[in-house]
Design a protein around this ligand. Structure first.
Ligand code: FAD
Length: 385
């Protein structure tokens, strides 16, 4: 009889090393610069370049194409650490992992060599689904790709695109046949500099100010048919597969932000005294921090389970939605409570917690809002009704 226990909560030696590397990078290269980029909204190019040297922009690119080829569990470990440092800078580093996923999932050998190769050579990429009239409602996309000989002509506007201002190529989703709704969406790779493609100025936003978010306009952009990923009509399926991996990633980002907020709250609550004792000894504050610890732990376990299922070829549709919504909502509460623990100082830019509260809000919005995750859970829970 096997004495193997089929579940482990400890990291392997390799996972522990990856965690250590990401933690050191966050401490040495991200945290010292986070305030600057939050205030200036500049793109953190020097930090991204250092991350590139360690392969942190290539986490999920398979090793045979020059990436780190990490499992999703390992990627989650890195994402938590980078976001602990600054989720805006972390997003600027890891956006390649999102943009590259459609190619990893559906690209042919030539596309993988060419476009993943560009990332390995120091390039960056962006992922373009959302449009001004189509966010949660992907079927409402208005971008079209019309066949013209051996090319497609693409027209449309993509908005809120992370990394757009620095991207060397873009994965773009467009209708090749609108009549077919979900089955009529196709995915393309479009290179920077292709005539008709232009990128707007970065939006001014609430948080994650160290990541750029901009509009991508496509006006009669001619793209060779060889730049299509998979076949005509595969786009929606590709986008859904991307979510299996990207939703736990956002969950992990939220866990990292919340952990940082809790640590700041612990530090402050141990030092700050009122009525003759450190404030953590007022039960209201102590319990608030105990709740933070419980909620963070629960969210991390959900994120790791969703990632583990993905790595083991099990469906993670439900766990990915649970992990994303639970972790994002949890982190919103934890960061808001951390501001409360710091009182008036928590509200001041001088302390890091108000930034964490601003930064985390978007975790409830992108990669499917918290409401959309619940819709998915309802759909799955009632599918036999
Ligand atoms: C900083 C930032 C970066 C982003 N980066 C990218 C990127 O790189 N690439 C990309 O493609 N997109 C990106 N996005 C876009 C993001 O994915 C969308 O904003 C998100 O999917 C929500 O779409 P929306 O903004 O159109 O809101 P809407 O879909 O209009 O939703 C508005 C509100 O209505 C709710 N709602 C909508 N439909 C339903 C429903 N059926 N049931 C219940 N509630 C509903 C939503 O939950 C939300 O609260 C980014 C967004 C932000 C803010």
């Amino acid at each position: 009889m096997s004495n193997k226990i089929g579940m482990s909560f400890s990291l392997t030696e390799e996972q522990a090393m990856i965690k250590q590397m990401a933690r050191e990078f966050a401490e040495n290269e991200i945290i010292p610069h986070a305030e600057h980029y939050d205030k200036t909204h500049e793109y953190p190019r020097p930090v991204v370049e250092k991350a590139q040297e360690l392969g942190l922009t290539l986490l999920n690119i398979p090793e045979e194409y020059g990436g780190l080829g990490l499992s999703l569990v390992e990627e989650m470990i890195v994402a938590e650490e980078l976001s602990y440092g600054c989720s805006g800078i972390g997003l600027s580093i890891t956006i390649n992992c999102l943009a590259a996923l459609p190619i990893v999932i559906a690209g042919n050998e030539e596309q993988k060599q060419k476009y993943l190769g560009k990332l390995v050579d120091g390039g960056m990429a962006a992922y373009c689904v959302t449009e001004p009239e189509a966010g949660s409602d992907v079927a409402a996309l208005q971008t079209t790709a019309v066949k013209d000989g051996d090319d497609y002509i693409i027209n449309g506007t993509k908005t809120f695109i992370t990394g757009a201002t620095v991207a060397d190529w873009f994965t773009v989703f467009a209708y090749t046949d609108k009549e077919k709704r979900h089955n009529g969406v196709s995915a393309f790779v479009i290179e920077k500099g292709t005539p008709g493609l232009s990128v707007g100025k970065p939006f001014d936003k609430l948080g994650q100010c160290a990541s750029d978010t901009a509009e991508v306009v496509l006006e009669n952009v001619r793209v060779p048919a060889s730049n299509m990923l998979g076949k005509e009509g595969y786009g929606f399926m590709i986008a859904m597969k991307v979510f299996d991996r990207s939703r736990p990633s956002v969950g992990s980002m939220a866990v990292g932000i919340a952990r940082r907020a809790m640590e700041e709250a612990i530090k402050y609550a141990a030092e700050r005294k009122t009525m003759g004792k450190p404030i953590y000894r007022h039960q209201a504050i102590g319990h608030m921090i105990a709740d933070m610890a419980m909620q963070i732990e629960a969210a991390r376990l959900l994120v790791r389970k969703a990632a583990w299922q993905y790595d083991n070829d099990e469906s993670n549709v439900m766990s990915a939605s649970m992990a994303k919504a639970f972790a994002a909502d949890m982190a919103m509460k934890v960061t808001t409570d951390a501001v409360q623990v710091l009182g008036g100082y928590g509200y001041m830019r001088e302390y890091p917690v108000e930034k964490l509260m601003r930064d985390v809000k978007v975790c409830q919005i992108y990669e499917g809002t918290s409401q959309i995750q619940r819709n998915i859970l309802v759909r799955e829970l009632f599918k036999n009704s």
